[in-house]
Structures are given as C-alpha cells and as structure tokens.
Design a protein around this ligand. Structure first.
Ligand code: BGP
Length: 495
C-alpha cells in the first residue's frame, strides 16, 4: 500500500514497555517464593552465560516503586510484566503464598496510581520446579490442571484490577529451546516430547481463556507469540514453496490453534507421517475449537523474520561460522548449520538475508518485516494486535554518567515508523510494549546484552550498585509518547 500521508496513531494507543518476572525481580528465595525451573537451571554449571542467575536480577522486587516512578516520569501508558507462578503458589499448586499475591497487588496499585495500564503475563517461562519434578512439567496433563487453577487464582485476585492479560509468552520459543535444542530447561532434545508439550500448553491456554471469559467478562486476553515473517530466497518456485512450508511450521502451527482451534493440516499431515503428531482426542479438539477459548487480541513479539530456500535435502545449509554461546535462533526452527535436531523439517532451509543488517548477536534488523508481520497476522486472524515485545539488544556503556544509545533510538524509530505504516494500511494495532523498560537479565546473555530505556548498574557476577540511569532513549521515548508517535522528525535517524 502507498499512502500520501500516514495516519495518526489511535488516540488511546498504549505506549508501553515490558519485562518478565525472572529477568527482573530477584528475591528468588524471599517471602515464601518457591523455586522455578529457571532457579535450578541457572545454578547448574554451563547452562547460562558466565553462570548468571536471577537470584538478584535487577532487584525489582524491592525497587518496584522506584521503577514505576521512572515509568511515570517517562509518561508510559502501559507496562507489561509477568507474574512468577512459584511466588504465589510455591509448589505450583495447593498452598497460596499470600506475600507473593500481595506483591502483585501492590505493584498493580502503584501502576494504577500513576495511570499506567498493567498488562499482566501469566506465564513467562518460569514453571514452578515442583511441577517439573513431580509431573515432568508440560509433558503431563497434571500441569495443564495446575495452570488452570493458577489462572483462576489470578483472575479472582486481579480480574478487577487488570484489563489486559497475556496467557503464555512465546510458546514457540520456550518449547523449542527447552525440548528441541536443550538450551532452556528442561534441557531436552526430543522433538516428540516437544510436540506433546506444545499440545498440552495449547490446552492449558485454551482452558484458561475459557475460564477468563467467564470470570473477567470486561477484560481482554490473548497469548504473546514470537512472530517472524518468512521470505523466499529467490523467485525459484521451490524457494517459494519452502517459505510456505516454513510459515506453516514456524507461525501457523501455533497461531492457527490459538485463534481457530485447529492445527494447520499441511504440517499436521507431515508430523503424522513421521509419528511425531501428539494424540488429540475429540474432547481436546472441542476445547481448542470452543470460541470462548480464542483470544480477544494477539500479542506479537517481533524481533526479526527469516529467509529460506528450497528443501534442505537438496540444498544443505552452510555450516555456522561463529557459533555463539548456547546460541540458536529461537525464531527459526533451523539454526544455520545445525539441522540434525529437526528430523521433521526437511522442507525448508534457513539462509542469510543479504538485504538487512544484523545486531552483534546476529539478529536481523528488519523494520519492514514488522509491517509485513502485522499485515500477515491481521489479515489472517482479524484480531486487534498489541506488540508485546520489540527492541534492540546491545552492549551499552556508561560514559560520564550517561548512556548514549542512539543506535537503540534509530532501531526503535524505524520500527515505530513501520507500525505507523501498518496502521495506515488498516491494521488494528492497540499498543506497543518495547522490550524492555529497565535493563534486565538476558536468559542466555547475562547483562552483556541490554535492552532497557533505563540502564541498571548490575554485572554478570551480580556485583553492581543497582543504580538506575535513564539512557538517551528514555527521553526520546518520552517525546514519542508525548506526541503520540506522530511527530515524524522523531522517527528520523540521529547521531
Ligand atoms: C524474548 C523473550 C524475552 C527476552 C527477549 C530478548 O524471546 O520473551 O524474555 O529475553 O526475547 O532475548 P535475549 O535476551 O535472548 O536477547
């Protein structure tokens, strides 16, 4: 689409920023919190970058008031955070830890007091350890039941205080990392278990959404999905077919189930042929297809898309030159050069995109891909969309007490421009939560890879003063919010 003039962002657009409990809270063993799978995993040698853990993280648990003050000063309209399941249910089920529940009441109250809309994520990967050890986590139907009970507790406690709810964060990422690559807990390399876990998370998501629609009729709920558009390398019809296959595997496989209650039939048939498709009973199918189980909006986390070429049996991918620490690309089923763990995906082959730049971690920088993503998702599912994550990971440096992260401003400006274009195209976009508000612990990169508007003096050995320092991007985003994203000069690159 071409527009002589771009539309304005909607009047009540939710300009926000995001975080996740494990990555910010710290207080890992305080006030009755139980351990999560990440608390254990990060303490086992060799699992995380330099052995970093979330024991202290950026100490948000004790400093949330200070952090919210900074949010308010910046003018944030929304703040996306996650609840630590094991903080409020130390064993994942059973006894409630009131101190944990109170923490989130206080947090939400403080946000409301400052006129910041809370966006509550129910599950951002930190499964209570007890559920992993007792039931094998997401490989068991008992975990589905535990999640639904946890969800009901959240709806009862916070249903009247929170309007926007995210059920599950990036199911596509945590199941791939946890069960395919073995780089997140439960550290398995078993694709059959991965597809089973995926099915069970889908059921948990659907059942919780049904409960929500009964218990919180005025609220809005949906999952956050890590979406990346897929490009064919050339106009060779084989490459185009490969892109179709990759889109089905990487995107439709989850989104179709969330929004339509149906597994896409091409991928399903492929998995059935390979004996990898989990059993879906009639009763389960009915749950997934129940309209009450479908989202009111879609959360989209956008970092980048991917490019594919024809069938990897015909054209094997080149070997990965610089393999980073435990690093696979979570947004593509196939990391370059390491395709052994994908026995079920011979139909496409990930390759480099020569047209876009990359971050230091090799993530493509592709703002047009965000416009494409928004168009594709909106056209297919016709649901309001909230960008629940998007941002630039970088090595930030403090100089003379300041952080000049102009590179982040440039990145965000391009992505905000892409959103403005998508809105002009007619996409119903309701909000943008940049990743992240403060710096926080990167799951596998410690504090070497930072995303925040606010720098935090914390290092990989957990030896920082924890001082908060607003970066240059903090003031720039403040201006974006103030002008509702409509001042085009703010969306131009600066020095
Ligand atoms: C997403 C996760 C976030 C965050 C972000 C950046 O996949 O939902 O929790 O970690 O990616 O990731 P990283 O820190 O690995 O760069």
């Amino acid at each position: 689409m071409y527009h002589k003039q771009l539309d304005d962002f909607p009047k009540d657009f939710l300009w926000g920023a995001s975080s996740a409990a494990y990555q910010i809270e710290g207080a890992a063993r305080e006030d009755g919190k139980g351990p999560s799978i990440w608390d254990k995993y990060a303490h086992q040698a060799g699992n995380t970058f330099k052995g970093t853990t979330g024991d202290i993280a950026v100490d948000h648990y004790h400093r949330y008031k200070e952090d919210i003050k900074l949010m308010a000063k910046q003018g944030l309209k929304a703040y996306r955070f996650s609840v630590s399941w094991s903080r409020i249910l130390p064993d994942g089920e059973g006894k409630v830890n009131q101190a944990g529940v109170n923490f989130y009441h206080h947090l939400i109250k403080e946000l409301r007091k400052n006129e910041i809309e809370p966006v509550l994520t129910m599950y951002h990967w930190d499964l209570p350890l007890a559920l992993q050890e007792k039931y094998q986590g997401w490989e068991s139907k008992k975990t589905i039941a535990a999640f639904v009970n946890y969800a009901k507790l959240l709806f009862k406690e916070f249903g009247s205080e929170v309007k926007y709810w995210v059920t599950i964060n990036e199911q596509n990422v945590f199941t791939s990392m946890g069960y395919r690559w073995g780089t997140h807990p439960p550290k398995k390399q078993n694709v059959k278990a991965m597809f089973l876990a995926d099915h069970y998370v889908n059921l948990a998501n659907a059942l919780a959404t049904i409960e929500f629609h009964q218990m919180v009729p005025t609220g809005k709920i949906g999952p956050s999905f890590g979406y990346g558009p897929v490009y064919p390398k050339t106009n060779n019809p084989e490459d185009v077919l490969a892109a179709l296959n990759a889109d089905d595997f990487n995107n439709n496989w989850w989104l179709d189930v969330y929004c339509r209650g149906k597994y896409p039939f091409f991928t399903k048939k492929q998995l059935e042929n390979l004996g990898l498709m989990p059993e879906v009973t009639k009763k389960e199918q009915a749950i997934l297809e129940n309209p009450q189980a479908h989202p009111d909006f879609l959360g989209i986390n956008y970092y980048h898309g991917g490019t594919v070429q024809e069938n990897r049996l015909q054209k094997p991918a080149a070997k990965n030159k610089e393999k980073q620490f435990n690093q696979v690309d979570p947004y593509l089923m196939q990391p370059k050069g390491d395709q052994v763990k994908n026995p079920e995906v011979p139909m496409f082959n990930s390759v480099e995109n020569d047209y876009v730049d990359k971050t230091k971690w090799g993530w493509e920088i592709d703002p047009t891909g965000l416009r494409i993503a928004l168009r594709q998702v909106y056209e297919k599912y016709q649901l309001p969309i909230m960008i629940t994550e998007n941002g630039l990971g970088a090595k930030d440096i403090v100089q003379d007490g300041k952080v000049n992260d102009q590179y982040r401003i440039n990145y965000l400006a391009d992505h905000i421009m892409a959103m403005k274009e998508a809105i002009s195209d007619r996409v119903d976009l309701i909000g943008y939560c940049a990743w992240s508000f403060t710096d926080l612990l990167s799951w596998l990169n410690g504090y070497s890879k930072r995303y925040g508007f606010v720098y935090i003096d914390q290092d990989d050995t957990q030896n920082g003063t924890l001082k908060r320092i607003p970066k240059k991007s903090y003031s720039w985003y403040q201006q974006i919010i103030l002008t509702n994203g409509n001042k085009l000069s703010l969306l131009k690159h600066g020095e």
